[in-house]
Design a protein around this ligand. Sequence first.
Ligand code: AMP
Ligand code: MN
Ligand code: MN
Length: 323
Amino acid sequence: MNNIKDLQLAIEKANNIIIFSHVNPDGDTLGSMIGFSKLIEKNFNKKSTNVIIGKTPDTYSFMPSIHECISNESVDKNIQYDLAIAIDVAAKDRMVDMQDVYFKSKVTANIDHHITNNNYGQINIVEGLASSAGEVVYSIAKDLDWNLTKEIAELIYIAILTDTGGFRFENTSPKVFNYAAELVTYGINPTEIYRKCYESKPKAMALLNAYAIQNAIFKENDKIAYTIITKEDMKSFNAKSDYTEGISEALRQINTTEVSMLLKESPNQSTKVSLRSKRIDVSKIAEAFGGGGHHFAAGCTIQKPPAIAIEKLLELVKKSLNE
Ligand code: AMP
Ligand code: MN
Ligand code: MN
């Protein structure tokens, strides 16, 4: 890992620090961001400003100290920070309106695990093979001999747990299990955390999930499975934006599925796409539309309505399947 000494130095020098999640925040970006801010607090006695880009997801409201985070809308954009850290932010445009604040900071750090990350910071700690940003954050803490608390262990554990799909995805390496074991020794309760992450779905989320699967469309001998969720669907289920999490994965669970996609109708006639795969590299497909991600899980936003976006996607997915 490069640059961790630079990061330590930058934290030591900084009088004000700001940390960002990515837009449509998930368990990894939130757990890693809050965990990192608590590591700074514990080891340097400094508070940071933690910014959730986009809406705080209901499903993660149980996370320790999440209520100390602020929304990007309430950040004073005139302040110049000594240090700005983006965590789990694959590309700078995933910071949305916080890009100016980030890039005008004296030092910019980029802590991530997306293979498509192009090292947009001055200090880049990007490990394309790591399961999660949580894993990268924990590696940093270990390498620099930082102290943890039970709360920090829980936050990092949630980050690793959720980005490995509950220790199931192909990114679940021996290191992940070793780290998880170490984190549990801080006294956290894996059963309780599991229940909060996976058995606490709002009813509307479960029903929307079922509806999306019921309406799935299958192509290429069922190798491709996709479903579309419109703005009206979201309204009729009274769904919050994070309630669509897990739908693309659920379609991948079908034995015939090679590639699954969720197309979500978004503001201004655009479509947010979640791609999942068992074999082909979907990060390449997402990149073709200006997005990115990982080999088996990637995303992008296409500036067309779902009915048109799907045609373009199917073309590339079919080509990839036949390569
Ligand atoms: P999602 O389908 O939104 O759950 O995202 C799947 C993976 O791809 C996650 O690791 C995201 O961080 C990443 N990802 C999603 N959208 C983008 C994007 N527009 N640019 C780069 N990475 C993305
Ligand atoms: Mn993420
Ligand atoms: Mn991640």
